[in-house]
Design a protein around this ligand. Structure first.
Ligand code: UD1
Ligand code: CA
Length: 463
């Protein structure tokens, strides 16, 4: 259940030096979305209407990429996480209630985890609820320091920790829910007297306790939630983990996955039940796949609507609509603007672009259908080509219903072929062919009886 009156801050001003990239860390994609967008979505899912993104390094790029769903504040100099959070005060100074804070580099964070933290904060009235988790190797993380009565006392950074504190395995993933008034109270008073000379957000914890406030810990079992991306290997690990999470969701909704390790399904894809996804298949963007389809193997689909019962075998499909029971492949290339009507059949080495093929059309072998309309049940023979481009502009080919286009025909657009017309194999068609007519545009076959043996004799004499 999303909370009402929840604010959120994403800390995304850091450079991400270890990514060794010109792109700011938060814009590196995980499962097709920028890392920061994953956190933004988790925040929105938890109830934050407009997350506040604190930007600095590559901030213009981040604002451009994330667009209007966020409010932005700048941190011109990266003086630490505490300083970064303080930048959001100008937008949130009037906010009364919980505010979640998360780093801009944990793409696996979920709405549920944030909602849980916020709920805890609201219920307990604590100045802060800190998410924590346990790691067998806590190297690099801030350690959660508890008092003898187990209450939270402070967070110490790895670099500033005593040998005894380094032995602590409960760590800080940098995900918090503060009471906003308490946060704005303690942040301006933080000191930067530490090993990095930075204002640490983690020091807010000790400050709240020192002011007589209360800090609660919310210990999470699933450490994957907080997998931070600091280098490209962690980026790859986040990709794997998030990919599995998405696939698992589809599997539990009734989708069969022949080989999850080689299957990619983007976060905004929907797939109907009893669809089977074969190995080495990627489905990207805003694609919807209906029920009972068979997709793959070796297939890539992007931003397409695939109706129920479709089969897509070893093909590339982008910005295409396939109606119920349409089939394509192996080795079909369906390009933007293709619409395949119900029961259409597209076979091997067929390319279709910006073309509307009505129900029951078949183009089973080696054809190019570009900028075309094809009426219902028309058969397109092997090797048919629409010559849609004259070197300057594109032209349309309109073929009626129930037509038969013989193999290896060349239709020079603009051209119209009427309903039920027949085009003789091997024709080059440069004029409209009316309904029910035969269009033939090729030299006639000539027969010379006995010619072959004469020819062989001649060859023997001279050879
Ligand atoms: C921080 C925590 C540490 C925790 C770890 C978890 C502090 C002081 N330490 O350390 O306890 O275990 O995260 O990954 O908070 N950022 C800014 N502006 C800045 C500095 C950082 O926006 O001036 C942003 C970064 O872009 C990043 C996030 O804050 O998204 C965390 O910064 P990072 O430098 O990665 O902190 P850690 O050293 O990992
Ligand atoms: Ca980090």
């Amino acid at each position: 259940m999303p909370l009402r009156n929840l604010a959120g801050i994403i800390l995304a001003a850091g450079k991400g030096t270890r990514m060794k990239s010109d792109l700011p860390k938060g814009l590196h994609a995980v499962c097709g979305l920028p890392i920061v967008e994953w956190i933004g979505r988790a925040m929105r899912g938890a109830g934050v209407e407009r997350p506040v993104a604190v930007v600095g390094h590559g901030g213009d790029l981040i604002c451009d990429a994330l667009g209007g769903g966020y409010d932005y504040v700048w941190q011109r100099e990266q003086l630490g996480t505490g300083h970064a959070a303080l930048m959001a005060r100008e937008l949130l100074c009037d906010h009364r209630g919980p505010v979640v804070v998360a780093p801009g580099d944990t793409p696996l964070l979920t709405a549920d985890a944030l909602a849980h933290l916020a709920q805890r904060q609201v219920e307990t009235g604590a100045g802060c609820v800190v998410a924590t988790f346990r790691l067998s190797d806590p190297t690099g993380y801030g350690r959660i320091v508890r008092a003898a009565d187990t209450s939270i006392r402070s967070i110490v950074e790895h670099r500033d920790a005593t040998p005894a504190q380094l032995e602590l395995h409960e760590v800080n993933p940098s995900v918090y829910c503060f009471d906003a008034a308490v946060l704005w109270d303690v942040l301006p008073a933080l000191s930067n007297a530490n090993s990095q000379g930075e204002y640490y957000l983690t020091d807010a914890i000790e400050a709240i306790v020192a002011n007589g406030g209360r800090v609660e810990a919310d210990l999470f079992e699933d450490s994957d939630l907080f997998l931070g991306v600091n280098d490209r290997w962690q980026l790859a690990e986040a990709e794997t983990a998030l990919r599995r999470r998405i696939l698992r969701r589809h599997a539990l909704e009734g989708v069969t996955l022949a080989d999850p390790s080689t299957t990619f399904v983007g976060p905004d894809v929907t797939i109907g039940p009893d669809t089977r996804i074969e190995a080495c298949t990627e489905i990207h963007g805003r694609t919807t796949v209906g029920a009972g389809c068979r997709i793959g193997p070796f297939t890539r689909i992007e931003d397409s609507q695939i109706g129920a019962g479709c089969v897509i075998l070893m093909s590339q499909v982008a910005q295409v609509r396939m109606e119920t029971n349409a089939r394509c492949g192996p080795y079909a290339h369906l390009r933007p603007g293709t619409v395949l009507g119900e029961g259409t059949r597209i076979g091997n080495f067929v390319e279709v672009k910006n073309a509307n093929l009505a129900a029951g059309v078949s183009a089973n072998h080696l054809a190019y259908v570009g900028d075309a309309e094809v009426g219902a049940r028309t058969n397109i023979g092997a090797g048919m080509i629409t010559c849609n481009y004259d070197g300057f502009s594109k032209h349309r080919t309109v073929i009626g219903a129930g037509a038969f286009i013989g193999s290896n025909s060349t239709l020079v657009a603009p051209v119209n072929i009427g309903d039920g017309a027949v085009i003789a194999a091997g024709s080059t068609i440069t004029h409209d062919v009316p309904e029910d007519a035969l269009g033939i545009g090729r030299s006639r076959t000539e027969i010379k009886e006995g010619w072959a043996s004469q020819w062989r004799k001649r060859r023997h004499r001279t050879g």
